[in-house]
Write a protein that binds this ligand. Sequence first.
Ligand code: F0G
Length: 470
Amino acid sequence: MTAVATELALQRCIESDCGAQYGLNEQLYVCRHCSGLLEIENESKVAADPEALRHLWQSRLASPDERDRSGVWRYRELLPFSDGAPIVSLAEGNTPLYDAPRAARYSGLNALKLKHQGCNPTGSFKDTGMTTAVTQARILGARTVVCASTGNTAASLAAYAARAGLKCAILVPRGQVSHAKLAQSLDYGGIVLEIDGNFDDAMRIIRELAEDESIYLVNSINPFRIEGQKTVAAELLQQCAWQVPDHVVVPGGNLGNSAAFGKGFKELLELGVIDHLPRLQVVQAEGAAPFAELFARREQDSTADDFSENLIPVKHPQTLATAIKIGAPVSWQKALRAVKETGGRVSTVSEQEIADAKAIIGRDGIGCEPASATTVAGIKRLVNDGVIDRGENVVAVLTGHLLKDADYIIKYHQDSLYTHDRASNRSKEERRIDGTFSNAPARVKATKAAIIQHLESHDERHHIEDGSFD
Ligand code: F0G
């Protein structure tokens, strides 16, 4: 078959009036000329035969080769690495695509599929990009790898650095990372540095640190992260038998994931593997929605060119979905391009909507962390607004595992989940999230009769009938 040669790959500045090129092994994160974001370009992609590629990727599902056991490296024709690259892998990817009938009904759709990236080795989609970024760290001979994180990138980096035998330092906002994510980073041996400040502060400091060449930064500003993450587009489409969904819906935080899906879909289109693009729908939490605000402003001014208007950071982002509590997303230009090219939108959802959607995803026996539930909450809004038609083919991407934030869940089900916006004058009661679909544990007497009586009354109280979500 005509495989894609990757020797011609390079790093290129995405700013259209710059476009500076750099070698793959130049250690930099933004353009030296204009500080624009960089992305990796494979110049010879058009040489590939799409039918042969689809066949090759399918055949690898039955291959014992370690690279083929990974849902990232299985698509290595799309990656800028040579055959002998010193791969650092935990058999990432390979995540399920579930039917979610309850979540479909809840959001007003006939059917809905959930791509559960929380089923990755460390419980989030970050692993698909960390395998490539840490592999690149090895190629560059880095000794220390670093990131700023709201918790999942940290856990993922700590695991992959441990596999690679690299020193790993992680900057997190103190008191704003879930216990489970912190626990993972500690157990994997990461050096966890808690700072007074939010994620955006941590990101700023880590970028300063990475000016030192002995330190390799693996946040999604690093284009090698995006390369791994983009393969999820291929895995998803393969699971859909290459039938392109109408909409793919993702949560938006630092916007690396949106950028990666956009790049993945576009490259598959250029290769001829698919014949059109799905619409990329990005959903943010209301209190941390600078990208949605930018999108809304641009919608009002249809004459605006690509990046003529800058994203205005949110100074004090607020959301209980701590994974996406981000006010100055790094990859907004790439994400905006992806949304525009695919004809998608950027929307917002409230804390209550996130919490309820999360509980419904749980009722499908699937579950996810709060940030991931923005997708189903967002779909419900988009169906309501007539942007998504109830018969359309929709995939929501769940980015993190349910167990990533158990505290949130317990509080929701016990009607004791409160938002944190202390700056406003809202009373505690006004800040309470209703446990609309709560399922609190019950204290019962340790007798058979008491338990049977409870089960019978529970049936009456807790039946969520089909279609009763309105
Ligand atoms: N969902 C989860 C579970 C996340 O952990 C993140 C980001 C996102 C969604 C948003 O993805 O940033 O690519 O737009 N978490 C980062 C972290 C910031 O540090 O773990 P994005």
